[in-house]
Design a protein around this ligand. Structure first.
Ligand code: 6PG
Length: 234
């Protein structure tokens, strides 16, 4: 299966394409009468400018009157909630009540991983997911990053990504600090209605090419599918 890779040399164009694509998905859901739109967000650094542009976009702010947007955190680091390493801190600062989303008719709901022991946090987050979306949660959209080793979310090994019996949320170990992580499963991410990979920098191009060639399996290989698109900023 071919996964489209759209390359950009201009950051504004890259950002605007991704935001427009997200808005298209929200618009489709709204027009089909859906009342909620659930987005799982990647952590790391690449997506931040995209998230800021989305938060500040008046079009989604208007659509929020008719469809409640929910932001979830696809994976988290086991660090204090106020740590600069915490994905939820960046996401809450971008989409939280004090942020640019003040202009939304209905501010988004931001679902953060609880700050407790990893096992308890994973269980609580999974319960929150099921309470919001039912026992088989299906995200409307998952935004994913990719590491130079082919990891995505908190899925760092093939075992992390291939475990068909994995719970919705579980602990993993990253090869770089902070090493203790928590992640949504490859399965729940894979069954998203749409997946957008947001990648940036020449260092990421070899792994993107390798994943698309499919000659070797990487953790992200077990998540992407016909629902996926890659937005690459050179
Ligand atoms: C995390 C992420 C992780 C990230 C990649 C790429 O918590 O670190 O969710 O999967 O998306 O490591 O990170 P950068 O965008 O910072 O390169």
């Amino acid at each position: 299966m071919t996964i489209p890779l759209l390359s950009f040399a201009d950051e504004r164009e890259w950002r605007e394409h991704i935001v427009s694509d997200i808005l298209l998905e929200v618009g489709k859901a709204e027009k089909s009468g859906r009342k909620a739109f659930h987005i799982s967000l990647a952590g790391g650094t690449t997506p931040e400018p995209v998230y800021r542009a989305l938060a500040e976009d008046s079009r989604i702010g208007t659509m929020s009157a008719r469809i409640q947007v929910h932001f979830w955190v696809g994976d988290e680091r086991v660090v204090p909630a106020d740590s600069p390493w915490r994905n939820g801190r960046m996401i809450a600062e971008t989409f939280g009540p004090a942020a640019a989303t003040r202009g939304w008719v209905r501010p988004p709901v931001v679902h953060l991983w609880p700050e407790k022991d990893p096992s308890g946090a994973c269980q609580t987050y999974a319960e929150e997911l099921k309470a919001a979306m039912g026992r088989q949660p299906v995200f409307d959209l998952s935004i994913l990053g990719i590491g130079a080793d082919g990891h995505t979310a908190g899925l760092f090994t093939l075992a992390d990504a291939m475990n068909a019996d994995a719970p919705l949320a579980f602990s993993t170990v990253a090869p770089s600090e902070p090493s203790e992580r928590m992640t949504l499963s490859a399965g729940v991410l894979r069954q998203s209605r749409r997946i957008m990979v947001v990648a940036r920098g020449a260092g990421k191009k070899p792994i993107l090419d390798a994943v698309l060639l499919g000659k070797h399996a990487y953790p992200i290989s077990f998540v992407l599918g016909g629902n996926s698109v890659i937005y690459f900023m050179e």
